[in-house]
Ligand binder design. Structure first.
Ligand SMILES: C[S@@+](CC[C@H](N)C(=O)[O-])C[C@H]1O[C@@H](n2cnc3c(N)ncnc32)[C@H](O)[C@@H]1O
Ligand SMILES: [Zn+2]
Length: 296
C-alpha cells in the first residue's frame, strides 16, 4: 500500500493521480509509475540532488545502466561479494520468500541480486531518470519489479511494510543519513541494511592518500558515515550494536580498473586488498561500511 510520504495518510484516487486528503497534494502517475515526491515540500539540498542525479542518469551510457557489468572483473567481484555477504545476514525465519524494499536504487543492480536470491523486491529512487534505467534494465533482462519515485527521507509506505529495507550507496547523497536510516527502520519489520562510504574523521588517512573521494558527481560534500553517525543510526534502530564491517574500496581509475580484467594482476590485487582491508579493520579504518541492524 502507498501512503502520503509526509503524513502517512491513505491516498485517494483523483483524475490527476493519488491525492492526500490531509495535505491536499496530488502525486501524479507517469506511465503508471507513482511520483511520490512533490517540489513543494522538498528541501533545497534534495532538490539540488534530484536535478543533478536526473542529469547524470539521463546521460548514462547503456553499458553503465547495467552496473556493475562495465567494471573490471576484479571490481565486479568485490561489489557482488559485499552485497552477497550482506544478504546472507538478512535471512528472516518468518517468510519463505521475504520482502525487501531497495531505496536509492539507481538502475538497480542490488534489486537484481535480491531477486536472484529469491526475495520479493520493490524499489524506489529520487531520480526519475534513474528509474528509467531500472526499467530498461529489467525489460532487457526479462523481469519486473514494482518501483516508484520517492525520497528516502519520506518514504510513501506505512510502518512495518517490508521484512527488510536496504540502501546501497544512497544515504550519503541525502542531507541527513541518520534520518534516512530512521525512515528505513520505520518501514522494516526485521532488518535494515546499508552499504555506504565511511570516513574515520579528521584523520582521514585514506582521503589524504587519495583512496577515498572527497566529492561526488552530484555533490561537493557527500555525507559519508562516521563512527558517530553509525552509533546514532543504531540508537535510532533501538539496538545496542548492529553488525558492521569495514571495507577498503579502491576508487575508480586506479589499478583496479586498468588491470582488473587480467587474471594474474587481478588475483594479486584481490589478495593484497583483502590483507590491507583486514589490517585496517583492526584499527577501525576503511572507506566503505556495511551496517546491518535488527529492528524487531
Ligand atoms: C551512487 S547512486 C547508487 C545507486 C545504486 N544504489 C547503486 O549502488 O548502484 C545514489 C542514488 O541515490 C539516489 N538518491 C539521492 N538522494 C536520494 C534521496 N533523497 N532519496 C532517494 N534516492 C536518492 C540517486 O538518485 C542515485 O540513484
Ligand atoms: Zn499527507
Amino acid at each position: 500500500m502507498i501512503v502520503c510520504p509526509l503524513c502517512h495518510a491513505r491516498l485517494t484516487d483523483s483524475p490527476r493521480g493519488l491525492r492526500c486528503p490531509a495535505c491536499d497534494i496530488v502525486y501524479s502517475l507517469t506511465a503508471g509509475v507513482p511520483q511520490m515526491v512533490d517540489e513543494s515540500w522538498l528541501d533545497e539540498a534534495t532538490s539540488h540532488e534530484k536535478a543533478a542525479q536526473d542529469k547524470h542518469f539521463a546521460g548514462l551510457p547503456d553499458k553503465a545502466v547495467f552496473k556493475p557489468a562495465y567494471h573490471s572483473c576484479y571490481r565486479r567481484s568485490r561489489i557482488y561479494q559485499r552485497l552477497e555477504h550482506l544478504i546472507a545476514q538478512l535471512q528472516c525465519d518468518t517468510a519463505d520468500r521475504p520482502s525487501v524494499h531497495v531505496a536509492c536504487c539507481g538502475t538497480g543492480y542490488e534489486v537484481e541480486v535480491f531477486l536472484q536470491a529469491g526475495w520479493h523486491v520493490s524499489a524506489s529512487d529520487l531520480s526519475v531518470q534513474a528509474l528509467h534505467g531500472l526499467s530498461k534494465r529489467s525489460a532487457t533482462r526479462g523481469y519486473q519489479v514494482p518501483y516508484l519515485q520517492a525520497d528516502v527521507l519520506h518514504l510513501p509506505f506505512p510502518a512495518d511494510s517490508f521484512d527488510v529495507a536496504v540502501v546501497v550507496e544512497g544515504l550519503h547523497h541525502t542531507p541527513d543519513p541518520v534520518r534516512g536510516f530512521a525512515e528505513l527502520v520505520r518501514i522494516a519489520r526485521h532488518h535494515v541494511a546499508v552499504i555506504e562510504p565511511y570516513t574515520t574523521g579528521p584523520l582521514n588517512l585514506l582521503a589524504w592518500l587519495g583512496l577515498a573521494h572527497r566529492a561526488e558527481y552530484s555533490q561537493r560534500q557527500p555525507h559519508r558515515l562516521t563512527a558517530s553517525s553509525v552509533s546514532q543510526m543504531l540508537s535510532v534502530a533501538g539496538v545496542a550494536s548492529g553488525s558492521t564491517r569495514l571495507y577498503l574500496d579502491l576508487p575508480p581509475g586506479l589499478l583496479a580498473d586498468i588491470v582488473g580484467d587480467r587474471p594474474i594482476p587481478a588475483a594479486l590485487m584481490g589478495v593484497s586488498n583483502r590483507a590491507a582491508e583486514w589490517l585496517l579493520r583492526i584499527v577501525g579504518v576503511g572507506n566503505k561500511i556495511a551496517l546491518v541492524a535488527a529492528v524487531d
